[in-house]
Design a protein around this ligand. Structure first.
Ligand SMILES: Cc1cc2nc3c(=O)[nH]c(=O)nc-3n(C[C@H](O)[C@H](O)[C@H](O)COP(=O)(O)OP(=O)(O)OC[C@H]3O[C@@H](n4cnc5c(N)ncnc54)[C@H](O)[C@@H]3O)c2cc1C
Length: 336
């Protein structure tokens, strides 16, 4: 590969432009810090993803989000006021009766697909997409991050929002030694894989209001109709998600076998005349954290400013990741 050696300087480098990295980046940018985000994908959002499939659109990562904490509710209220998101449901049926679920707390989704949320947050930020960082090292009381494509990023402070095993690998590759207690705490964090399938259906699909069911203990833990959600106006695309055990069981199986199993899982919800035209698969190696760090961020001891953030810190999922990104930015600020 043709390697260039361009150098990019900033006060804070954020690795990962998922919701944690974006929230951290916005917080620092609003406080007039020079901040650069890098992401190995050609898009922002990480595990929040809306994909173009079978002539329509489907959410293949996160499906919705909650706002249990006032700090996050304030952002959600602003996004509601801007017309970016909508309250999709106040509870999910498990599909056993065909009746809607009992009302509990609101679940929100972005209009026209979940990707709209990270895209909105990315506005005004300096984000380098399709940049894979291969290692990070300490240099001149700050940080150097080297990308596969040759760019070198130099910063005073670093925020790592990649899934924690990946963040630890980046540090190890740059010979960075964490304090024993930090290393031990970070090594406790674990994730489960997840598999998303999107079925392109011709014909009627029967799911209770608002077109989704959730059953965490069942092998297919989530089924949702992207058309009824408003993501795919013209094409019926049904998202299925496998639970962690079922994901592990099928992780290495040939696509065709897995597609056959998922086809059988969806069949009970289809009208007799409906057909499944194609099934698209997306495997997520770090879908959901299963062991979390108790704090919202971990500020590394005895090193130049380095904060870890993401959905494995204190609270999982979109809400937890967003609040973790904010906490990491707050922890970094006094060091700039
Ligand atoms: C299938 C699925 C369904 C889900 N459903 C829900 C749901 O309904 N509700 C909910 O609240 N949550 C849900 N979640 C969880 C939610 O998506 C995550 O908790 C949240 O998006 C995590 O955000 P994050 O910023 O911590 O991590 P990520 O979104 O994973 O962001 C990390 C980023 O780092 C980048 N990166 C990694 N390594 C490097 C590198 N070396 N160089 C450069 N960039 C790198 C990645 O490309 C990625 O963009 C779901 C997740 C999955 C996978």
């Amino acid at each position: 590969m043709d390697k260039t050696t361009s150098k990019i300087y900033c006060e804070v480098l954020v690795i990962g432009a998922g919701i944690a990295g974006l929230m951290a980046g916005r917080h620092l940018h609003a406080r007039h810090k020079t901040v650069t985000l890098v992401d190995c994908e050609e898009r922002v959002g990480g595990r929040i993803l809306t994909e173009h499939i079978g002539g329509g659109w489907a959410d293949t990562g996160a499906q919705f989000f909650t706002a249990r904490e006032p700090a996050f509710q304030a952002f959600v209220d602003a996004w509601l006021a801007e017309g970016l998101i909508f309250p999709w449901s106040s509870g999910w049926s498990d599909g056993s009766t065909g009746e809607p679920a009992k009302e509990s707390f609101p679940r929100y989704a972005a209009k026209s697909g979940m990707t709209a949320l990270p895209r909105h947050l990315a506005q005004d930020l300096n984000i380098h997409k399709a940049v894979t960082i291969e290692h990070v090292a300490i240099e001149n009381e700050g940080w150097t991050a080297v990308a596969r494509s040759g760019e070198i990023y130099q910063s005073r402070a670093l925020i790592l929002t990649s899934p924690v095993p990946q963040s630890l690998a980046l540090l190890a590759a740059g010979d960075v030694l964490l304090a024993d207690a930090d290393q031990a705490a970070l090594q406790k964090i674990a994730y489960a894989p997840g598999i998303t399938a999107v079925c392109h259906v011709k014909g009627q699909v029967n799911l209770p209001e608002p077109g989704a069911i959730q059953r965490p203990d069942y092998r297919i833990s989530w089924i949702a109709d992207n058309q009824r959600k408003g993501v795919s106006p013209r094409v019926t695309l049904i998202t299925l998600q496998t639970n962690p055990d079922y994901s592990r069981l099928w992780w290495l199986s040939p696509d065709q076998e897995l597609q056959g199993a998922l086809r059988r899982e969806l069949q009970p919800y289809l009208d007799p005349k409906a057909t499944i035209e194609e099934i698209y698969l997306h495997r997520w190696p770090y879908a959901l954290p299963t062991t979390l760090h108790p704090e919202r961020t971990l500020m590394a001891a005895n090193l130049p400013p380095l904060a870890f953030a993401g959905d494995a810190f204190h609270g999982p999922r979109i809400e937890g990741a967003a609040l973790s990104g904010l906490a990491a930015a707050e922890a970094i600020l006094p060091h700039l």
